[in-house]
Design a protein around this ligand. Structure first.
Ligand code: AMP
Length: 310
């Protein structure tokens, strides 16, 4: 399973990815998490990404692609992965296709998680995360008290609110999503990879929808791909045999044409020779006179002789 979860910020990609990790045993790759970790560690990459993240803009493609290339090269991705927050624009999608194409492991499914804007802003405002285990909570759907703490970590560390989860940045992030990420819906639809689910409602219900979409999407395309392979092979074979026949036919035609041409040429030569011969003969032979002409000539000769005698 090589999956992309597509959706606006706050659509629940992170939460659902964590559930898919449990279910399918493949890792979640969140470019947002990778970038946040780089920022927290103060790496050069983190420093380069920090300003764009705080403004709710996309981080430079070269930074994100370098990170993804490195992450997808790790051993735990051998059986698949869930991409969360990547790709986020057409250039990233094309680069991902190339990257996966090079290793012969293309995407198997893309699921778009649709949520309306009012709900998105509510979710983002209520989102709290655990810095230790990365779990994501929402204080509106899961009351955690005044000082929310992680329920999964044994020492229950306090949860934190992402600095870019403030109202101003959220508006910018949603705009960026509309302008740069939304076109991916059509991009993946054209590839026959896209399913769309309504990602509003109970978390468990959304997980069920997601799993159903993935099962349909990972089984069907595999079958479709197998069918396409068989069809391609058959088409190749047919093309070959048709090609051979056509070549034979074409060969015959060419041969015929060539024969016709040489026959013409030969014909011309023969005719020319015959004409030459005839011309030679004609030159040698005295011109045959007609009987009437002969008589006239005899008369003239006799008349000439008579006049000489007189
Ligand atoms: P997220 O946690 O996915 O909402 O991402 C948080 C922020 O990280 C985004 O608002 C961007 O600034 C940055 N980011 C995450 N993923 C990408 C990506 N694929 N391309 C560019 N910037 C990204």
């Amino acid at each position: 399973m090589r999956i992309v979860l597509l959706g606006a910020p706050g659509s629940g990609k992170g939460t659902q990815s964590q559930r898919l990790v449990q279910r399918f045993g493949i890792p979640q790759i969140s470019t947002g998490d990778l970038l946040r970790s780089a920022v927290a560690r103060g790496t050069p990459l983190g420093l380069a990404a920090k300003d764009a993240m705080q403004a709710g803009k996309l981080v430079d493609d070269s930074i994100v692609l370098g990170m993804i290339r490195e992450r997808l090269g790790e051993a735990d991705t051998a059986n698949g992965f869930i991409l969360d927050g990547f790709p986020r624009n057409l250039a990233q999608a094309a680069a991902l296709d190339t990257l996966l194409g090079q290793v012969g492991k293309p995407l198997t499914a893309v699921v778009l998680m649709e949520v309306d804007y009012r709900e998105l802003t509510r979710r983002i405002a209520g989102r709290r995360s655990c810095q230790t285990c990365g779990s994501v909570y929402n204080i509106y759907t899961m009351p955690l008290g005044k000082e929310p703490r992680c329920q999964k970590c044994s020492d229950h560390p306090p949860l934190f609110q992402r600095p870019d989860d403030n109202e101003e940045t959220v508006v910018a992030r949603l705009q960026v999503y509309e302008q740069q990420t939304r076109p991916l819906v059509e991009y993946f639809r054209k590839q026959g990879l896209l399913s769309v689910i309504n990602a509003q409602g109970e978390i468990d219900d959304i997980t069920a929808l997601l799993v159903a979409a993935l099962s349909a999407d990972t089984v069907k395309p595999a079958k479709k791909r197998a069918k396409r392979k068989v069809a391609r092979r058959a088409a190749k074979k047919a093309a070959k045999s048709v090609g051979k026949k056509a070549a034979k036919k074409a060969g015959k035609k060419v041969a015929k044409r060539a024969a016709g041409k040489s026959a013409k040429r030969a014909g011309k030569k023969v005719a020319q020779k015959a004409a030459k011969k005839a011309a030679k003969k004609a030159a040698k032979k005295p011109v045959a006179r007609k009987p009437a002409a002969k008589k006239k000539a005899a008369k003239k000769r006799a008349a000439r002789k008579g006049s000489q005698r007189r």
